[in-house]
Design a protein around this ligand. Structure first.
Ligand SMILES: C[S@@+](CC[C@H](N)C(=O)[O-])C[C@H]1O[C@@H](n2cnc3c(N)ncnc32)[C@H](O)[C@@H]1O
Length: 364
């Protein structure tokens, strides 16, 4: 049972610091509600002890705040929902602590079951030209997309969204309900080539999110912060993305990529090029698994050409050149690798920042 409202020493103090840091640094200036709630949690010994009911790897503020938001959206924490709707920070802080203490088991169950999800369709701005480039290198006129670490599989709609670059160039479907923008860095234009027809869409993840499932869809909404400055636009875009995905749901294969990949390749018709995509997924794999992932691509290429398009932190994607950039330097490298009967050919075709909002295209 909760004890006195003091912050105990040791691990709880570390947790208090994590929540205070989140409030003061991550949420400050972006989300007054999350700033206020995170600070209140950091100052409540009872709340911190309740958060300790959650496995250590799931105690991060983004997960716990999303779990509380999920309960609010589900109608199970009406006071918190009302405080968020009214943008009332004091009321939200009180209601968040109250919900956490009353529903500790539910918060813990959601946090344990779920992963905080990011804003994903921005990835399409970097994936589109890289997939088109991979298809050009192989001479493919049809591709089967296999997104590894797919989460909700939104990358698999890369050809169904419209993308406008700051150069004025555009790719994808200009009439799509999902329209993205991307700022180009440097003066090299992106290739104007359209990607070939997509004939298969397969997502691979140990814990895929199915946008046609109401609980899964609510979780994606819960991962948005309730009061970011552009919250209405973000929510509208997420709804449009989910509607697009729900209109033609991809095949989601649940499991470890190393085990599921052979089955995923089998779903791509023989006359199409399988293009495996990974966006900020491989850092979740131990190094040995990344190397085995690479070997799986090589094995699949024994019978047909295979391509891999990656957007991963510097040095995370094995075989993709780092361009001499420092690891953990805040940006990511876009890789295109082609596997066929000859030695794999891997190239860094660009750099990107903010998960695809900014892109520097490098390939000729
Ligand atoms: C940080 S998320 C990235 C999700 C998405 N690709 C994006 O760009 O936001 C990492 C994803 O990799 C998945 N993942 C972790 N281990 C995996 C594995 N062994 N095989 C396939 N996916 C895995 C996780 O479930 C999670 O959805």
């Amino acid at each position: 049972m909760p004890g006195p409202t003091t912050v105990p020493a040791g691990r709880a103090r570390t947790l208090a610091q994590a929540y205070r840091h989140f409030g003061e640094v991550d949420a400050a200036g972006t989300s007054p509600l999350y700033e206020r709630v995170a600070m209140a949690l950091s100052e409540s010994g009872e709340a911190l002890r309740a958060i300790e009911a959650v496995p250590a790897r799931k105690r991060h503020p983004t997960v716990i705040l999303a779990a509380l938001h999920d309960l609010a959206l589900a109608g199970r924490a009406p006071a918190l929902a009302a405080a968020y709707a009214a943008a009332d920070g004091d009321a939200a802080a009180g209601a968040a602590i109250d919900t956490l203490l009353r529903m500790t088991d539910s918060v813990a169950a959601i946090a344990e079951r779920r992963q905080a999800r990011g804003d994903e369709t921005g990835r399409c701005a970097v994936l589109y030209p890289a997939i088109a480039e991979a298809a050009r290198r192989v001479g493919a006129d049809g591709v089967g997309l296999i997104d590894v670490g797919c989460s909700a599989g939104l990358n698999l709609n890369v050809d169904r969204v419209g993308i406008t670059y700051s150069s004025g160039q555009s790719l994808g479907d200009p009439s799509s309900a999902v329209q993205l923008s991307c700022s180009l860095v440097g003066d090299r234009p992106i290739p104007a080539r359209a990607m070939p027809e997509v004939v298969a869409r397969v997502g691979v993840d140990p814990d895929p999110v199915d946008v046609t499932d109401p609980d899964d869809a609510r979780w994606l909404r819960a991962c948005l912060w309730p009061d970011q400055p552009d919250q209405p636009e973000r929510l509208a875009r997420l709804e449009a993305e989910m509607a697009l995905a729900a209109a033609a749901p991809p095949l989601l294969l649940r499991g470890d990529a190393l085990e599921v990949l052979p089955g995923a390749f089998a779903r791509v018709p023989a006359d199409a090029l399988p293009v495996v995509t990974t966006t900020w997924a491989l850092s979740h794999f131990p190094l040995e698994s990344r190397l085995r992932f690479l070997r799986r691509l090589g094995e699949a290429a024994a019978g047909r050409a295979v391509a891999w398009v990656s957007a991963e932190g510097v040095g995370v994607a094995p075989a993709i050149p780092t361009l001499g950039d420092r690891r953990a330097s805040g940006h990511s490298i876009i890789g295109v690798a082609v596997f066929d009967r000859s030695a794999p050919r891997a190239e860094a075709v660009g750099r990107c920042w903010s998960k695809g909002r900014f892109l520097a295209w490098l390939a000729g």
